[in-house]
Design a protein around this ligand. Structure first.
Ligand code: UDP
Length: 493
């Protein structure tokens, strides 16, 4: 007997941007929707599929025997031949402007397999990463509602919207230290000119942001890996003042929080050892240091960071990116002893770290972060206070949210908006890094207040996805809307 229309599960197609910081939350988000009975397909290329395959397998295993759950499919399509070396399929693999241009060409060409999928399969909605500029038109041509996802905070999107509508840099003096205010936001948000994306210097980037903002406004709505209690004023601002349809469905990492291999196919065999190392440390005594997947540090910065960790007197776990791994270029005198097994003060990880497991370990009492949104939200969820060290993209906005709005961290005074392909004017000194770590982790009024807020916010974060929580309800509301839309389309046909 054929199933009635309302008995068919919803089917959502996810098409994430090709970088771990987008793939990981999409795989987690698919797990959340699948657990609620939505059929989910994630379309991506071979190398990117390896980043999320273990998370998808794990989610599918957990649904076996759970009647309400649906399986997640990974649909793998070839990466377009644009002249990049084999295996260079990710934002993390780009080391020159030429690579970057080729990569963006590949993003355009990926429309073809996306179109083909929608011609051959029914989908009730597509979640297409906002970096695929063609996503909104392609979805419209197939008559499928498109949900935008950029993987950042509502706060950062509100700041970007204010920038795009007002361009306050135009009226500000051409001085890197000039203070620029973003108009029309619930709080007074001020940055230095040097911390902002300057449209005059980066016209391509500005056009990209404009295109993303316009496409998201033309979409059925936007999904956020965030939760209402974290940024309520900005949710209100986004929905009511800006009139945008947004669903907050995070923290999505909770879907996969216990998975050691989340975000990688090649977890170091030493991963268990990292956790045992942490087991031997007192609660709250370790600072975790990681800057995500797309940032790199100059030798001078690495040296000062190493000095800062040493001077802080705290135990530390420091994840060092491949590009920064040449220790002979930056290691300060005496530091080898600090990180030797005998020193017992510090552990360095070269390769992929099980970040969620580390952040949720009781020994960890602080996180030095670049303020990538996934890392930020993972720290919030774990109740861990942050030392903020933004580099570019949305990270300076996220720093403002952390240090001035939700007040769960302090900054090191990062001044220069610059990607890994660009240079910075200022090298942050080791004393400053040590001071910031001390503030969030040691005794003292400021640190106490920060730690208390971080703990409270962690509880709220975990509650958001429990039955009846704000994000749990947003997932349900979106499913109801998609189901209602399906019924009304079928009635019209
Ligand atoms: N991550 C991880 N282990 C690592 C490096 C990164 O698990 O060694 C994960 C981290 O938990 C987060 C994501 O990779 O989920 C990085 O995303 P984020 O937005 O923080 O930074 P990006 O890499 O996009 O700058």
């Amino acid at each position: 007997m054929a199933l009635k229309d309302e008995q068919h599960p919803l089917h959502i197609l996810f098409f994430p941007f090709l970088a771990p910081g987008h793939l990981i939350p999409i795989a987690d988000m698919a797990a959340l929707f699948a657990a609620r009975g939505v059929r989910c397909t994630i379309l991506t290329t071979p190398v990117n599929a390896t980043v999320i395959r273990s998370a998808v397998d794990r989610a599918n295993d957990s649904f076996r025997g759970n009647n309400g759950g649906q399986a997640i499919d990974l649909a793998v399509v070839p990466f377009p031949d644009v002249g990049l070396p084999p295996g260079s399929e990710s934002g993390t693999a780009l080391s020159s402007q030429d690579d970057r241009d080729k990569f963006f060409l590949a993003l355009v060409r990926l429309r073809e397999p996306f179109d083909r999928f929608l011609s051959e399969h029914h989908a009730d909605a597509v979640v297409v990463d906002s970096f695929f500029k063609w996503g909104v038109d392609a979805a419209a041509e197939h008559g499928v509602p498109r949900l935008g996802f950029l993987g950042t905070s509502v706060f950062a999107r509100s700041c970007t919207n204010s920038m795009l509508c007002n361009n306050p840099l135009e009226a500000s003096p051409d001085d890197p230290d000039a203070i620029v205010t973003l108009p029309g936001l619930p709080h007074r948000v001020e940055l230095r000119r040097s911390q902002m994306m300057d449209p005059k210097k980066r016209p391509d980037h500005w056009e990209l942001l404009k295109g993303i903002n316009a496409a998201d406004q033309r979409s059925f709505g936007e999904l956020f890996n965030s939760f209402h209690e974290l940024e309520p004023d900005y949710v209100e601002h986004y929905r009511t003042t800006l009139g945008r349809r947004a669903w907050l469905v995070g923290p999505v990492a909770l879907a996969n929080k216990d998975a050691a291999a989340r975000g990688t196919s090649e977890l170091s065999p030493d991963a268990d050892g990292y956790l045992r190392w942490l087991d031997a440390k007192p609660d709250g005594s370790v600072v975790y240091v990681s800057f995500g997947t797309l940032s790199s540090f100059s030798s001078a910065e690495m040296r000062e960071l190493a000095r800062g960790l040493d001077l802080s007197g705290k135990n530390f776990v420091w994840v060092i990116n491949g590009a920064d791994a040449n220790a002979s270029e930056w290691m300060p005198e005496g530091f080898a002893e600090v990180i030797s097994p005998r020193g017992e003060r510090g552990l360095t990880i070269q390769g992929w770290a099980p970040q969620m497991l580390i952040l949720n370990h009781p020994a960890v009492g602080g996180f030095v972060t670049h303020c990538g949104w996934n890392s930020t939200l993972e720290a919030v969820t774990a109740g861990v206070p942050m030392v903020t060290w933004p580099r570019y993209a949305d990270q300076f906005y996220n720093e403002k949210l952390i240090t001035e709005v939700i007040k769960v961290g302090v900054g090191v005074g990062s001044m220069d908006f610059a990607s890994k392909l660009e240079n910075r004017r200022v090298v942050i000194g080791g004393e400053v890094v040590a001071g910031a770590i001390g503030t969030v982790m040691s005794a003292g009024e400021e640190g106490e207040a920060i730690r208390k807020k971080a703990t409270k916010l962690g509880v709220k974060a975990r509650g958001a996805l429990e039955k009846g929580g704000s994000s749990y309800d947003d997932v349900g509301r979106l499913m109801d809307e998609l189901m209602a839309r399906r019924s009304s389309v079928n009635v019209r046909q």
